[in-house]
Design a protein around this ligand. Structure first.
Ligand code: EPZ
Length: 427
C-alpha cells in the first residue's frame, strides 16, 4: 500500500453548525450585523438565499465577512423549496416568532440519519405561548398579540436544535425563561455569545440549564466572529493519524477537540495542543478503539464515520455505538466496497482492522460520510472516486484545496447535476 505521508498545515474555517444558527439569529437584531469567520460553504449560501427572500440585505465584505441588514424584513413565510431540504431552516421559526410574532417554514429535511423529529422545538415554542400547527408539510407558528412570555422548559431529549431554538424564541420574550436539559455543544454557546454581544441576557450556555431574560430589543454594535469548526478540525486530525502524517491544525479550539483528542491518543497518535492550534502525528498502525457517540462533551456523532475509517485500518477490532441517530451506518457499505471489514447492525458496528483499503467508486451518503470517504481514499491503494460530493460541500470549505496543500492527490470533478443539487439537502 502506498501511504502518503501528509505533512504541513491546514487552517480550519468557521463552524457550520454555529453559523447556520447565527445567521437566522440576526433576524432578532434591529439594524445591521457584522459577522466574521463565516464559512464559505453551500449551507451558508442556502441560508443567505432564504434570508434575502424574507427581505434581508446581505453584503459580503470579504470571503468570510459579511454584513446582514434585516431592517427591511417584511415576510415571515420562508420559501418551501428552499427550506424543505435544509435542516437548519428550523432556526427561522425561533427567530421569526421571537421578533415578528409569526413564522411559516416547510418541515425541515436534512441528511438521512434516521428519524429527525422537531417535537422538542415545538414544545419549547408552545411553552412560551406560541401556537404551532403542522399541515401539509409546513410548520406554522404564531405568538400571542402581546408577544411570547417567559416560562420553564424541560427538554425531554438533549437536542442542539431545540436548545438553540428555545433560546432564540425566549430572547425577546417577557420575563426570564429557564431551559433545562440543554445541549452543551460549542455551537450552542457560540449562538448565546453572539446574542449576548448584541444585547441579549443569556446565562448558563454550555451547562445543562440556560436562563434567558427577555430584553426589549437587540442592537448590533460591533462585529462577531464565528468559532472554528470542531468537526472540520477533527476530520483533519483523523486525516493526520490515518495517513501516519504530521499536521498542524490552525484556528481551532483545543478544548472543543478533547473528546476526539482522547480517542486519537488511545489509538496511538501524538496530539500536542497550543493556544489555537493542534499538532497531530502518528507513526504506527492505529490501535483499535471503541467509540460511543454522545452529546458534548462526549464523542460527537458528526465524527463517527471519520473515526470508523481509522478503526477500519487498525490492528484489531473496535466497536462503535451510535447513540444519537438511528441510521448513521449507511456509509459502512461504501467502506466495505473498499475492502473494510465492518458489520453494522442497528446502532452498533463491529469494525475489524484490515491491512489495506482499495480505491473504488463510492458514494457520499451525507456530509460526514463523504468526509469519511475522502479519508479512506487518502490511504486506499489505487484511485477512489466519490460521488454526490455536493453533500461534502455543504459543510467543508475548500476541502479539495486543503487536502492538496497537505500533499494529497485529490481532484475535484464538478458534474452539472451536482451543481443543480448544490443548494439542496442540508444537515
Ligand atoms: C445537530 O442536529 C447538527 N446539525 C447535526 O450535525 C448533529 O449530528 C446533531 O446536532 C447532534 O450533534 C446542526 O446543527 C444543523 P439534535 P440537530 O436535535 O439539532 C432527537 C452534521 O453532520 N430529537 O441535537 O437536528 C433526535 O432525533 C449534522 O453537521 C428529538 O427527539 O440534532 C436525535 O436523536 C448532521 N426531538 C437527538 O435528539 C427533537 O425535537 C439529537 O438531535 C429534536 C431532536
Amino acid at each position: 500500500m502506498v501511504l502518503v505521508d501528509y505533512r504541513g498545515e491546514v487552517t480550519i474555517s468557521g463552524a457550520k453548525n454555529a453559523a447556520v444558527a447565527i445567521l437566522p439569529a440576526t433576524l432578532l437584531v434591529n439594524g445591521k450585523c457584522h459577522l466574521e469567520n463565516v464559512p464559505d460553504i453551500s449551507d451558508i449560501r442556502a441560508i443567505i438565499k432564504i434570508l434575502k427572500s424574507l427581505g434581508s440585505k446581505v453584503e459580503y465584505i470579504s470571503d468570510h465577512e459579511l454584513i446582514i441588514d434585516n431592517t427591511g424584513v417584511n415576510i415571515t413565510t420562508a420559501p418551501y423549496d428552499l427550506t424543505c431540504k435544509f435542516r437548519a431552516s428550523y432556526y427561522l421559526l425561533g427567530a421569526l416568532i421571537g421578533k415578528f410574532g409569526s413564522a411559516q417554514i416547510s418541515l425541515p429535511g436534512g441528511c438521512n440519519l434516521g428519524a429527525r423529529p422537531i417535537d422538542q422545538h415545538i414544545k419549547a415554542f408552545e411553552s412560551l405561548g406560541a401556537t404551532i400547527g403542522v399541515k401539509r408539510g409546513n410548520v406554522y407558528a404564531s405568538a400571542p398579540k402581546d408577544g411570547l412570555n417567559a416560562t420553564s422548559i424541560f427538554l425531554d431529549v438533549v437536542s442542539v436544535g431545540a436548545t438553540i431554538n428555545a433560546i432564540l424564541a425566549a430572547t425577546l420574550a417577557k420575563g426570564t425563561s429557564t431551559i433545562e436539559n440543554c445541549a452543551k455543544e460549542p455551537h450552542v454557546v457560540d449562538v448565546a455569545n453572539f446574542l449576548n454581544s448584541v444585547g441579549a441576557n443569556i446565562k448558563g450556555a454550555g451547562t445543562d440549564v440556560i436562563k434567558v431574560t427577555g430584553v426589549k430589543e437587540l442592537n448590533q454594535n460591533s462585529s462577531y466572529a464565528v468559532i472554528p469548526d470542531q468537526i472540520e478540525a477533527g476530520t483533519f486530525m483523523v486525516a493526520a493519524a490515518i495517513t501516519k502524517g504530521n499536521v498542524l491544525i490552525k484556528n481551532c479550539i483545543p478544548k472543543h477537540m478533547e473528546p476526539i483528542t482522547a480517542k486519537l491518543q488511545e489509538a496511538g497518535a501524538e496530539v500536542i495542543e497550543f493556544e489555537d492550534t493542534i499538532r497531530v502525528s502518528m507513526d504506527d498502525t492505529p490501535r483499535p478503539i471503541n467509540i460511543k457517540t454522545m452529546p458534548y462533551p462526549g464523542f460527537p456523532t458528526d465524527m463517527q464515520p471519520q473515526i470508523c475509517t481509522l478503526i477500519a485500518m487498525s490492528k484489531g477490532t473496535g466497536m462503535i455505538i451510535e447513540s444519537i441517530w438511528d441510521s448513521r451506518f449507511q456509509y459502512t457499505d461504501e467502506l466495505i466496497k473498499m475492502g473494510a471489514d465492518i458489520t453494522a447492525h442497528g446502532r452498533t458496528a463491529m469494525v475489524k482492522g484490515v491491512d489495506k483499503l482499495y480505491g473504488s467508486p463510492v458514494g457520499a451518503h451525507d456530509l460526514r460520510a463523504g468526509a469519511a470517504m475522502i479519508l479512506a481514499g487518502l490511504v486506499a491503494h489505487g484511485r477512489t472516486e466519490i460521488y454526490d460530493i455536493y453533500h461534502i460541500e455543504r459543510g467543508y470549505e475548500n476541502i479539495v484545496e486543503k487536502f492538496k496543500n497537505l500533499g494529497a492527490k485529490i481532484e475535484f470533478y464538478r458534474d452539472p447535476e451536482a451543481c443543480v443539487k448544490e443548494s439542496g439537502v442540508s444537515c
